[in-house]
Design a protein around this ligand. Structure first.
Ligand code: ATP
Length: 352
């Protein structure tokens, strides 16, 4: 087992695109680590640079404390699963799984044992003689995982592992993947553009934008305390409210009233961007906080998203489905001070 250390890493394509731009991060031994960000932010390039499939233009990649920056992919001790699985169509499942061992000239007995063990771990028994074309998408994905695991790499790299599965299978595969990773304890880095997937699976998440790291933290940290408005916007199924506010002695002035906030040393009267998640706003018929009128409600299953017009600004809050107020109802919105985040208006970075 092994950790990954990335130091000052940049990957520049021949056309001049700086896909990874001076990145530092560490993945701990045994960690399930997500690279998350919008399309084109450089996640796949970073994964491929760790694997050695792209050349680093600057910086270092260390795996298990060994500098692998200039090593070819086969010598890095990584196993990668590609988005399209890249199975060999003319080989059986068993041959696909043991292919990396065959390339390394491992004895037949060792290959057979690897096929038996991984097919058990990945519930592929009974499918070993089939060819990839005779398998469902979920089964193909498990074969690709089995092949990666059988190769006995020190780290597992997964590029959008669930993106080719339909919604229901995706949820099943998600649970399966999380359990497998936990059982094997193998250091795993996976790429996703789906924030819900990253929150559900990962021990730690790196949120990227334009080749740079914007936040590194646990799912709880990136959800509850986004380091900047970019992460605040990107994480969460219902978008965070980002509002223009003014610092007051005990909190912030916002459209429709005031909310408590830890203002630290910020001067009274300063302009800030205030971030508060809909999940952290409580809706009551009357009381302190922001005063407004319900405009629209959306049922999201067990909760409803209520959009409230506060002095011309629309603010979202979630309530249990059975407490959904009717449009036109006057309401008050309140949040606890630690849930009210203050961001620099220019840079978008978290202030207090
Ligand atoms: P997606 O989620 O869409 O796959 P991503 O975050 O994985 O996106 P990358 O595929 O790493 O992003 O791409 C990062 C940037 O590098 C993009 O601007 C992309 O156009 C560019 N890029 C990717 N591959 C190449 C390549 N082979 N040559 C030149 N530019 C590339």
């Amino acid at each position: 087992m092994a950790g990954i250390d990335i130091e000052g890493l940049s990957t520049v394509y021949p056309n001049g695109v700086r896909a990874v731009d001076g990145l530092d991060l560490s993945v701990a031994d045994g960690e399930f680590f997500a690279l998350l960000g919008p399309s084109g932010c450089g996640k796949t390039t970073l994964l491929r640079t760790i694997a050695g499939l792209e050349n680093a233009s600057a910086g270092k990649v260390r795996i298990d404390s060994t500098d692998v920056t200039r090593l070819e992919p086969g010598k890095r001790g990584v196993a990668m699963v590609f988005q399209d699985y890249a199975l060999f169509p003319h080989m059986t499942v068993s041959e696909n799984i043991t292919y990396p061992l065959k390339v390394r000239r491992a004895p037949v007995a060792q290959r057979d044992e690897a096929a038996r063990r991984t097919s058990e771990e990945l519930s592929l028994q009974g499918l070993l003689e089939r060819r990839p074309g005779q398998l469902s998408g979920g089964q193909q994905q498990r074969v690709a995982l089995a092949r990666a695991i059988a190769s006995e790499g020190k780290v597992l790299l997964l590029d959008e592992p669930l993106s080719n599965l339909d919604a229901r299978l995706r949820l099943e595969a998600r649970t399966f993947l999380k359990k497998l990773q936990r059982d094997l304890g193998i250091t795993t880095v996976f790429v996703t553009h789906d924030q819900a997937e990253a929150l559900a699976l990962a021990d730690k998440i790196a949120v990227m934008q334009s080749g740079k790291l914007r936040q590194l933290g646990s799912p709880r940290e990136v959800f509850a305390r986004p380091a900047n408005t970019f992460v605040a916007n990107f994480i969460g199924s219902t978008p965070m409210n980002l509002l223009d506010g003014t610092i007051e002695p005990e909190g912030v002035r916002l459209p429709g009233g005031s909310l408590p906030a830890a203002t630290g040393s910020l001067p009274v009267g300063a302009s800030v961007t205030v971030g508060v998640r809909p999940e952290y706003l409580t809706v009551s018929p009357s009381g302190p906080g922001l005063q407004g009128v319900v405009v629209v409600t959306e049922n999201l299953g067990t909760i409803s998203l209520v959009t409230v017009d506060c002095d011309g600004t629309l603010i979202g809050a979630t309530v249990p489905e059975e407490d959904e107020p009717a449009p036109g109802t006057p309401v008050s919105l309140m949040a606890a001070a630690p849930r009210v985040l203050l961001y620099d208006k220019e840079s978008g970075e978290l202030l207090a």
